[in-house]
Design a protein around this ligand. Structure first.
Ligand SMILES: Nc1ncnc2c1ncn2[C@@H]1O[C@H](COP(=O)(O)OP(=O)(O)O)[C@@H](O)[C@H]1O
Ligand SMILES: [Mg+2]
Length: 323
């Protein structure tokens, strides 16, 4: 039987057909039936029944041979491209198994291609943010600082009524400068480079709490292993998106942001006490988090917590193997 399944599909069908015709011929030769020169009705009936039996046996055998192809067709139509490998498996031999393996290899290549273009897109996005943040800081920020200094000098020399007006203008310029710095910081967490992940996360939490009114409980475990700059950026961006989602969707009053270690991995947990996600369709935000996690071989789970609310859990391997 294994030898038969190893045969190419074409030869298997030829063999089945040959076998069915052989059996038909043998039965015909061994039976006492005769056929007159002018076929009688009774003989025609016997011939017809024989033919139907042969066709039926042939169809049945070919159908079972082609069944795996049917299965493959159905699978290719319904395969989930987010996790393709879980769904296609055939450990057999022969043409169909080869087709399965070829299809799986193609899915793998597709997945690798998708991952690498996602990585490129994210890297390009980060580079662009970096550039805009730098320009905001250097061009707009320094311009506004110069305006402020000029206004201060002018205020010192101006008569009282004009000085008051100039102070008002200086106030507007100062708050614009703060906003520009804020935008630049959100675009590119410079503090990540200067002070590290914990300070950047703490600043993001404070910022989030001020703007959203949601109370943030921070829990950063001491002695966290160091992460590469790329991994720190992933943790930071995931926390940023998770907090944005809390503000936009959760209707929460408190959110916990914690960093801890688990084996040789760092775990970021953003858990709110809001309405919960309840299997709502993922959109660009959560998919982006997932892609970022995948970039650093991490994993991301977003789910409704047992007591209500949503939790986002990111696990990032540190990359240093503990003995
Ligand atoms: N913390 C949360 N609480 C409740 N629902 C959430 C939360 N985070 C995400 N969701 C739900 O999941 C959906 C997908 O989130 P996301 O992929 O970030 O897309 P977006 O924020 O652009 O809608 C949201 O539209 C929302 O319905
Ligand atoms: Mg979102």
């Amino acid at each position: 039987m294994t030898a038969l399944t190893r045969l190419p599909l074409y030869w298997r069908i030829c063999l089945i057909n040959g076998l069915v015709f052989l059996v038909g011929t043998v039965v015909l030769a061994a039976s006492p039936a005769t056929i007159s020169t002018r076929v009688l009705v009774s003989e025609a009936i016997v011939l017809l029944v024989g033919l139907v039996l042969i066709l039926f046996a042939n169809a049945l055998l070919i159908r079972s041979t082609l069944a795996p192809l049917e299965r493959l067709t159905r699978l290719t139509e319904s395969v989930d491209l987010q996790s393709p490998r879980e769904q296609l498996s055939d450990d057999g031999h022969g043409t169909v198994a080869r087709l399965f393996r070829g299809f799986n290899a193609m899915l793998d290549r597709l997945e690798a291609e998708r991952s690498s273009s996602n990585a490129k897109a994210l890297a390009a996005q980060e580079a662009e943010r970096h550039r805009i943040a730098q320009e905001l800081h250097d061009e707009v920020g320094q311009g506004l600082t110069a305006v402020l200094l000029g206004l201060k000098r002018a205020t010192d020399r101006a008569p009282d009524d004009l000085a008051d007006e100039l102070r008002g203008v200086a106030e507007i310029a100062r708050s614009s400068l703060d906003e520009v710095r804020d935008v630049a910081r959100r675009l590119r967490p410079g503090v990540l480079d200067d002070l590290g992940l914990l300070s950047a996360l703490a600043a993001a939490c404070t910022d989030f709490s001020t703007h959203s009114g949601v109370h943030v409980r921070r829990g950063f475990a001491p002695g966290l292993p160091p992460l590469s700059a790329e991994k720190e950026l992933v943790v930071y961006r995931v926390a940023q998106e998770a907090l944005t989602n809390v503000a936009r969707h959760a209707l929460a009053s408190t959110v916990t942001v914690s960093l801890s270690t688990q084996g040789d991995a760092v775990v970021l947990l953003v858990a709110d006490d809001g309405v919960g996600i309840h299997g709502r369709a993922e959109s660009t935000g959560i998919r982006g988090m997932r892609e970022r996690a995948r970039l650093v071989e991490g994993s991301l789970v977003v789910r409704t917590r047992i007591g209500g609310g949503t939790e986002v859990r990111l696990v990032v391997p540190t990359g240093t193997v503990t003995p």
